[in-house]
Structures are given as structure tokens and as C-alpha cells.
Design a binder for this molecule. Sequence first.
Ligand code: 2IT
Length: 446
Amino acid sequence: MKVAEIMANLEKKYGHEKEYLQAVREVLESIEDVYNQHPEFEKAKIVERLVEPDRIFTFRVTWIDDKGEVQTNLGYRVQFNSAIGPYKGGLRFHPAVTPSMLKFLGFEQTFKNALTTLPMGGGKGGSDFDPKGKSDAEIMRFCQAFMLELWRNLGPDTDVPAGDVGVGGREIGFLHGMYTKLARKYSTGVLTGKGAMWGGSILRPEATGFGALYFTQHLLHKAGKDIKGKTVAISGFGNVAWGAATKATELGAQVVAISGPDGVVTIPNGMSKEMIDYMLDLRASNQNIVAPFATKFPECTFIPGKKAWSVKCDIALPCAFQNELNGDDAKELIANGTWCCCEVSNMGCTPEAIKTFQDAKVLFAPGKAVNAGGVATSGLEMTQNCMHLGWSAAEVDAKLHFIMESIHNACVKYGTQPDGTIDYVKGANIAGFMKVAHAMLEQGII
Ligand code: 2IT
């Protein structure tokens, strides 16, 4: 395989799909050497097949807003790869959603899911629907209209969506209700992230953030460091940021910043329980602004137009959106003394940012390893659903711990460099790729 050739072909075909091309390039560059030691991969054209999704569904979603006006959005489901299990991955509702964004996310999901140790293929979906400013009733009608189109393509052994940006417990509830009505049967395992009273796993809401901090602990431990007493800057204020802030605080770190599209809030003495709880109210308000946080807690300061990366911190945790931390942000962080960045959002750092961190010997780990605790706990939810039972928080947490440790071990196994340092980007990409590639190889040319 020659990465340059494959990328040139993809650029010809999909030149406008920037996020997709970025995600593919990062993985292919990491795996090139290892891949080329396996002539059987080359013969079966594993990479050429793996970069293309199995299929993409595109559909129109029409719904009626509170004023009685007819609205039309686009809906998608990218079924990327099912070599190791049913398609699995979240739904993103955000006005910037395009096929490129969902292809990048589905591609990433395929490797991430392989890292979890659980049998899940990769998928992703969503819509350009903007939840901002919508009422609960509008969100419900949109979710119902979305499911009306998608339901036939889903199933516990076929494709199992969950939440992502703009889709949380409320949306999963509406989607599940409509699925049940259309399918005329109660399939507990057709969506994950359900309410704890109707088949959801305890700790699923917390799992992405908790898992990210467990991974961070392993990474720090390996580097001879400890999170206790360190300052942490978090971007975003949604579900993932909330879970990360909760666990970071519990582990004795100080969360000194959270942010939104409108700016950053600095938190001089770290977050209290009341502040962490208030993040949930902010998200549920559907306004997508973080400024009210500083009004509610006067010791905090809101700085409009600034990112979390302008705040002095030991550890940076991007928890919001792809490419939210660029090369200049990385330089600013480093100048302010940051020595660790664990990417919690999917592809949160640009390639320039990653290079800047790695060149400066900042400890860096990529999203597909750090944030895999979310989808892993979705996998645990699927297992509980199959077994028709529910595990306790302690049981789920122990399994999440084990999975994050396994992912860290896999990164160390495949990412340790001749000089003894660990390239977590390489490690995660090679470990995830090896599993999917071998599964594809053993299942023939399909
Ligand atoms: O990016 C992700 O891994 C998610 N949004 C969670 C997907 C899932 O199926 O739980």
C-alpha cells in the first residue's frame, strides 16, 4: 500500500469531503509500515475496501414546528464496517452535519469499536437538524420523523445507534418510542443510551467522560505522573464534558475552564458539585451558550470569543467537536505550560496540533482510544439487553475500568517506539486496524 496513491485517488473522488479525508489520512499514515509487512492484506485489498463505507442511507426528514410551519432536514446513516459486529455508533444532530462528517465519524468508530474488546462494527448517523432554540415538542416531532425513515435499517443484530452531539437521553427516548411503535415489538437493544428504567445501562451517560479520565490516569501513571492537584481545561459543556468534569474533580484535579461556541468560562478554584450539576441544565436549555454559567456562579469569569485553550492548565481535554484545537491553540497551551492533552472529542485536534504536541513531547492520546468508554458502555448496555437484566453501577464501572486499561495496553503494545516513548496515535490506529483487517481477511472478499 502506498498512502500517497490511495489518498490521491480518494481526493479525486471525494475532494470536498475534508473531514473524511483527514481521518483516513491519519489512520493510513500510522499503519503504512505494519500493513506493508502483511502481503495478505495487500492481496485482499483490505485498505481499499476499508476506507469505503459498506453503505450510506440518505433520507428526507419532514416535520412541523411549533408555529405550524413545515420543516425539511436531511437524515443519514452511514453503515461503515460490520466485520467484527453489528454497526454501532451515535447519531449527531447539528447544522454542520454532512456526509463527510458522518463518514469521518463512521470510519473512526470502526477502529474505536475494535479497541473496546467488544464485538461491534462501525456506524454513524445524524441530521443537519439544529436543536438550538427548539422546544421539547419540536425535538420530539423531529425524532419521530427521523425514525419513521430509519427504523427498517436498524435492529439489535443489524445496526444500533446511540447519542452523539445534539442527541442525549431525551432524544433517545423519543427515537425509541417511535421505533417500538413502528416495529410493533419491544427491542430493548436497538438503541443505546436509553433511560435506566427501560433498558438503559447505569453509567452510560457518564461513561465517555469517566472512561476518558481512566485512560488519562493510565497514561499519566505510565509517564510517572498523577492527576491529583493538576489543573484541567475542558472544552464544551455537554454530556462528554460533564462526565469528564465529574471524574476529574473526583480524582482530585481542578477543572479551571469549560467553554461553548460563545466563549470560555474560567473557574478559579475548580468545579463544585453544584457547578457540575448546572452543566446539565445548560445543555437541556437548548441555547448552546456557556455564558449563563458565569452569571450563576459569580466567582467565575466569562470571556466571549475565547477558547478553553487560552486558559493556563496542566492537562487539556477537548470534549466538544472535531478540529476544535488547532496548531495555534496547541502552541498557546504549550506556552502556558500544558504538558498533556487527551483528546476526548472525535478528532478534536487538527493534524498540526497533534504534530505540535508530539514535537514538544506533550503527552498526547487520540480520541478513538480516550473516548471509547462511551461506546464500550453502549456495548455493555447491549449485553445487558440480550440477557434481560441490569448490572449494578459497581459492575459496569469495573468493566469500564477493565476496558480502558485494555485499550491503554493495546496502545502501549503497538505504539512503543524504539526510544521507549509511546506514540498513542500509532498505537491506537494499528491496534484497531489489526483486529478489523484480520476479521475482513478471514471472511473473504465481500
Ligand atoms: O463517538 C462515539 O463513540 C459516540 N458518540 C458513542 C456511540 C455509541 O454507540 O455509544
